[in-house]
Ligand binder design. Structure first.
Ligand code: ZN
Ligand code: ZN
Length: 380
């Protein structure tokens, strides 16, 4: 297949200068760049063509050869033995540099420094457990740097504009010759921005940003927990001179709850019961986030026993099933007893200490048996 003409590929005339060629190349490379045309083989082919044309036409020697011999100048064995062979071989490294230069400009990976993006901000938001579990919308006030309204963030006085830097002509870089080498350095006049502000805006002194506090309405999704953070894109500090703003991170901190403790999607709470109820069984009311529910306490419930109430926990913001509420029953020793109560307990105590007592208190019995064995072993 015949190769297309390099000038035609770039859409420039045979007399186009380097600037025109670069411009045409930038435009076409942007259009056909593989990152912008994923999976498009035709675009990739075009991109390669454009790149090749650019590389040849921006190299003085190669362009001259092409103008004289056409594509034959670069064919294997064609002109290879001629005066160009050596030069081309050694020129490989240059291609990369030129390519990098132009691409840096287009895709932001290059040497030209942009005005700095605004900083990210962090805001710690305290929530009650209920708010965290159910979700809430809260207004917050944050001090921040915002784009200056007077100059629309440009930093230049009303009616004026940032000027292209005359030292680097907008490139942000200057070339310093050091013997054989040319070294790129950030432009000392514009500090790499490519533009200078002759007449700074008096509201922001040329920074393009002013200090202000802003009120934001933040929607907290249901199920968040301490340590979760919500990113509000672009709500951080404004960038310098119109550069993009940073992000705002709202960091969730859940306050300690009087009753519940949360662990992932489960809730825990302690429920005291008196020991008559623990021994005989009964029904108590326990709190859940949705109100009170009844919990059956079976007879002979020991202190510390956990009762699981399915689905009374939390649904995590990350999804998954709703957790459980785990109620730990704590048997409470009665205090401030009156005479009658004391007497009843006395009788109960005697009864438990009597001949049948061992059966009433299996844990005490096994403990005492263990203690006895321990001392027996010591004296053996
Ligand atoms: Zn400059
Ligand atoms: Zn301003």
């Amino acid at each position: 297949m015949a190769k297309s003409d390099y000038y035609e590929i770039l859409g420039v005339s045979k007399s186009a200068d380097e600037r025109e060629i670069k411009k045409a190349y930038k435009r076409l490379a942007m259009k056909f760049h593989p990152d912008r045309n994923p999976g498009n083989a035709e675009a990739e082919e075009k991109f390669k063509e454009v790149k090749e044309a650019y590389e040849i036409l921006t190299d003085e020697q190669k362009r001259a050869a092409y103008d004289q011999y056409g594509h034959a100048a670069f064919e294997q064995g064609g002109m290879g033995g001629g005066g160009f062979g050596g030069g081309f071989g050694g020129g490989g490294a240059d291609f990369g540099d030129i390519f990098g230069d132009v691409f840096g400009d287009i895709f932001g990976g290059g040497r030209r420094q942009r005005a700095a993006r605004g900083s990210d901000l962090r805001y710690t938001m305290e929530l009650t457990l209920e708010e965290a579990v159910r979700g809430v919308t809260k207004e917050i006030r944050i001090p921040t740097l915002q784009e200056c309204e007077k100059c629309d963030g440009s930093g230049a006085k009303a009616g004026s504009k940032p000027q292209t830097c005359s030292t680097c002509h907008g490139a942000g870089q200057v070339q310093m010759r050091q013997g054989f080498f040319a070294v790129q350095q950030p432009c000392p006049t514009c500090h790499g921005r490519g533009t200078v502000i002759k007449d700074p805006c008096n509201a922001c002194h040329g920074h393009g940003r002013v200090e202000k506090s802003k009120t934001l309405s933040v929607k907290i999704p249901a199920g968040v927990d301490t340590g979760d953070r919500i990113r509000l894109s672009g709500e951080g500090e404004a960038g310098e001179q119109g550069a993009p703003s940073g992000d705002l991170y709202v960091q969730v901190s859940v306050k300690k709850h009087a009753i519940f403790e949360r662990e992932e999607s489960n809730l825990f709470c302690e429920v005291p019961v008196n020991f008559a109820m623990a021994a005989l069984g009964g029904e108590i009311e326990v709190p859940t986030l949705d109100g009170r529910v009844k919990l059956k306490i079976p007879a002979e419930t020991q202190t510390g026993k956990l009762f699981r109430m399915r689905g009374k926990g939390v649904k995590s913001v990350r999804g998954g099933a709703v957790g459980d509420l785990l109620c730990r029953v704590v048997v409470e020793t009665p205090v401030k007893l009156n005479e009658k109560q004391k007497q009843l307990l006395q009788e109960l105590g005697e009864s438990l200490g009597g001949p049948a007592g061992d059966a009433n208190s299996p844990r005490s019995k096994s403990f005492l048996d263990g203690v006895k064995k321990f001392f027996d072993d010591l004296t053996r």
